[in-house]
Design a binder for this molecule. Sequence first.
Ligand code: 1HN
Length: 300
Amino acid sequence: MARLNPPEPNPRCTPFLWRYADIRPNLLEAGRLVPEHQAERRVLMLINPSRDAPFTTDTLYAGLQLVMPNETAKAHRHVAFAMRFIIEGQGGFTAVHGRRIRMQRGDVILTPTMNWHDHGKDGSGPMIWLDGLDLPNFQHFPVHFVEQFSSPRYPAEDVDTCASPLVFPWARMKAALDQVEGDSAQLRYLKENGSEVSKVLGGSATRVDAGKATPRFQETASSVYHVIAGAGHSTIGDKEYQWAQGDTFCIPSWYPFQHFAHGEAGDDAVYLYRFDDKPMLTALGFYRTADTDIETLVSA
Ligand code: 1HN
């Protein structure tokens, strides 16, 4: 009974940081070793050292995906929901159910459940992005499946990324963050009607001014952070994690955390992207922070 009734939330995953400088060469080597026809998706999975795939946290999967010029990650569709943060490269695109979206650094692009999608790339050099999927859920709910489309690409037309509900352009998010007063700001990626991007996954972006910090936070949600720009460190539990642009780290449920931007007044602010399971936990009634007055949950 004690095993089933822990004194506090008890994630199996542990905090971890993947340095871009360390993992990028491995991803590019995968690009040389694994030709397009050998991999439906070429991804370097960011698997938590305390668990096996697909766990980046106990509820989130994260991975870096690579597409090289003239390749196609062929069209398929699945129950899992994906949100992608574009890290680097030019000429990449993802086609989501007939809408071809240009991948641009810093943009967040959604692939809703069961939408046909394929990825491709023109021009030279690698296209790399961070995939966030709700795959861990399907270890419990045996409802996940994938269908292959009859040809590598699902017929698609170019869309204006600024007008697509599937795209959150970085320029727009950055401008909104920069308008918020204070040492730091956090804004969620929300649909036009104000709702979260999916029932399971959601996301946000954070600005931390040079030399400043976010408030310390503790929540039942788990999250995956990616450094959009700048350098700094985070305390997660009782450890400190140094990071710089391109790095990705995970925060399991209930580990207290705080983000610190390096630099001094006048330097550029630091920007972080994050995706999390907050919508799912909220819908289930499991979302809570250290500040939540548990008595209010009793009467609710
Ligand atoms: C998947 O379908 C994609 O569609 C990316 O881009 C990563 C990781 C595991 C299983 C399916 C994609 C994935 C994936």
